[in-house]
Write a protein that binds this ligand. Structure first.
Ligand code: GLN
Length: 559
């Protein structure tokens, strides 16, 4: 008898494999990149893979957190404000994910509580266990169905042994009871090499595995992160004390380019190992996808043709460290375009406050081939950024402004070309006479009533492009779709005056009301362009973003 299409899907879904990725010993061990790389190598072998990030905090999303606290807020097409690992998944897998792929403790509890208020538990006592883990499982299955995936990678945030992620481990354990042959665990652990001992130590990982065992979970594969490769002795030790066959211990030493990791995993035979372990039939290792990836990964080692880019903004410093993580997607977008043009990007982080403290310092910007001002909020460092933009405009240094960087471009132009000395954004100076950047109409009551969570203009919106402009030529199309995250916009009552003085609004919303891209024609400046959206969220290793590529081209030309 012929199977109905529904039946086929059902079969496929019931054959779905769930690979949980958990972290051992320390945070920041590279779980996200490991999960992304596993996703990549399995998708290169013909599997339909989707990936889920679980963040164990109470926040409903990452949008309300300070970037110095959390790193980048990565925005999806549907407007979800998520963790930067979601960006890694999208970039490594080359797919667009949705809010179904992201969950937090807050989200899980919120759904359960809403359901309880709607009498959906039929009078039962609603309990942390099983109702919270069951909601986690429901969400995993929902993401699986949405992507029609036969492999779901689920990264559980935090480190094994933390109180916060216990309920997610409990969900994984319950899912395994339901599907004993379909649920697998990869532990990404850390092996220190203390200088006093001079050798790699396995004990912390042994403890992490034991802690995981206490949650009723046994890892199937251990990915051993360290600053050097694992020797056979260490593999045997981990095998013996962590109950995994020796060939299930994968060496994952530090690398200079994260894009080598899928390739290194394959050198260790990881996709074969996963396919064998989970009982999947996989396609050949070397198909077109992985060949393209290898070519790209090779380029990430480019040593010549440096382009020097200054990234000017705030949020760069926390204590003694520069928190470039807050702008991860910007960094990666620059890299993809630079590599595609055979260049090595050299990035310098500059705090705009330096130019406020010492105005003479602005001249140091002449060293750079291009300047980027990324997104941001609030008034700190803004005058320094305006000085930066003025310097770039007057000295023909390519300038690329992202979101706030575009709004500030417009303010700079209004102040210094139109002569509106107090031009500003309502965000910084609500009593300015020339509010060239104003709050969006539908944002007013949200801000007044402090409804700040998930309420900006978020996610993908279309824009139409003006023929013959830098933007239109770069995209090679008239309609684009890009991701947004803002409350303020160019005040349309200033558009005519700005245009009369030479600024071109080369991208607008399809109805023409909202300014999406501002630029100066190439006859006036090699590259002076800002976008109200965040192009960096759509840049991918195998398809660099056209505007970043146009910017890097201009930087190279001006050298
Ligand atoms: N603060 C500005 C706004 O809310 C820009 C936001 C951003 O750069 N993401 O509109």
């Amino acid at each position: 008898m012929k199977k109905s299409p529904e039946k086929k899907v059902e079969n496929k879904l019931s054959n779905c494999k769930y690979i949980f990725v958990v972290g051992g010993v320390i945070s920041g061990v590279g779980k996200g990149v490991a999960a992304s790389s596993i996703a990549r190598i399995l998708s290169d072998r013909g599997q339909v893979v989707t990936a889920i990030k679980i963040d164990p905090y109470i926040n409903i999303d990452a949008g309300t957190m300070n970037p110095t606290e959390h790193g980048e807020v990565f925005v999806l097409d549907d407007g979800d404000e998520t963790d930067q690992d979601m960006g890694n998944y999208e970039r490594f897998l080359g797919v667009d994910l949705s809010r179904a792929n992201y969950m937090t403790t807050g989200r899980v509890y919120q759904s359960v509580i809403e359901r309880e208020r709607n009498l959906e538990y039929g009078g039962a006592c609603v309990q942390v266990v099983p109702h919270i883990p069951l909601e986690v499982i429901r969400r995993i299955e929902n993401a699986r169905d949405k992507a029609n995936a036969n492999v779901v990678i689920i990264e559980i945030g935090g480190t094994v042994g933390e109180y916060e992620n216990i309920l997610f481990l409990e969900a994984a354990r319950l899912l395994k009871i339901k599907n004993p042959k379909s649920v697998f665990f990869v532990m990404v652990s850390y092996l220190p090499v203390p200088s006093t001992a001079g050798e790699m130590k396995t004990k912390p990982t042994q403890h992490a595995v034991r802690t995981l065992n206490a949650s009723g979970i046994q890892p199937d594969i251990i990915i051993a992160r360290s600053n050097r490769p694992l020797d056979d002795k260490r593999k045997e030790k981990l095998s013996m004390f962590c109950n995994v066959p020796v060939d299930h211990v994968i060496s994952a030493p530090d690398v200079s380019s994260i894009y080598d990791i899928p390739i290194n995993f394959e050198k260790e035979g990881l996709s074969d190992l996963i396919c064998d372990t989970v009982g999947m039939t996989c396609g050949p290792v070397s198909n077109a996808g992985s060949d393209k990836w290898k070519k790209f990964a090779d380029k990430t080692h480019t040593k010549n043709n440096a382009v020097n880019i200054a990234i000017v903004g705030k949020y760069f410093n926390t204590g003694d460290f520069t928190l470039s993580d807050s702008y991860l997607s910007v960094i990666e977008a620059i890299k993809y375009s630079a590599y595609s043009l055979g260049s090595k990007p050299v990035l310098t982080w500059i705090s705009s406050m330096d130019f406020e403290k010492d105005p003479k310092k602005i001249k140091e910007l002449s060293k750079y081939d291009g300047i980027i001002v990324p997104g941001g909020f609030g008034s700190r460092g803004i005058e320094g950024i305006l000085k930066t933009i003025e310097y770039a405009r007057k000295n023909n240094i390519p300038y690329f402004g992202l979101c706030y960087g575009m709004q500030l471009l417009v303010i700079e132009y209004a102040r210094n070309v139109l002569g509106f000395k107090d031009a500003n954004t309502r965000e910084v100076n609500p009593s300015s006479k020339n509010m060239v950047i104003d709050i969006m109409e539908d944002q007013k009551d949200k801000v007044e009533n402090k409804k700040m969570g998930g309420s900006m203009r978020l996610g993908a919106y279309p824009a139409k492009l003006k023929k013959g402009t830098i933007a239109q030529k770069a995209y090679g199309t008239d309609i684009i779709s890009e991701r947004h995250r803002h409350r303020y916009e160019v005040n349309t009552s200033y558009v005519k005056q700005l245009e009369d003085k030479g600024l071109v609004f080369s991208g607008t919303s399809p109805d023409g009301h909202l300014c999406e891209i501002a630029e100066l024609p190439v006859s006036k400046h090699p590259f002076f362009l800002g976008t109200q959206f965040h192009p960096e969220f759509k840049a991918r290793p195998l398809s660099p973003h056209p505007l970043f590529t146009a910017f890097i081209k201009a930087c190279k030309k001006g050298k």
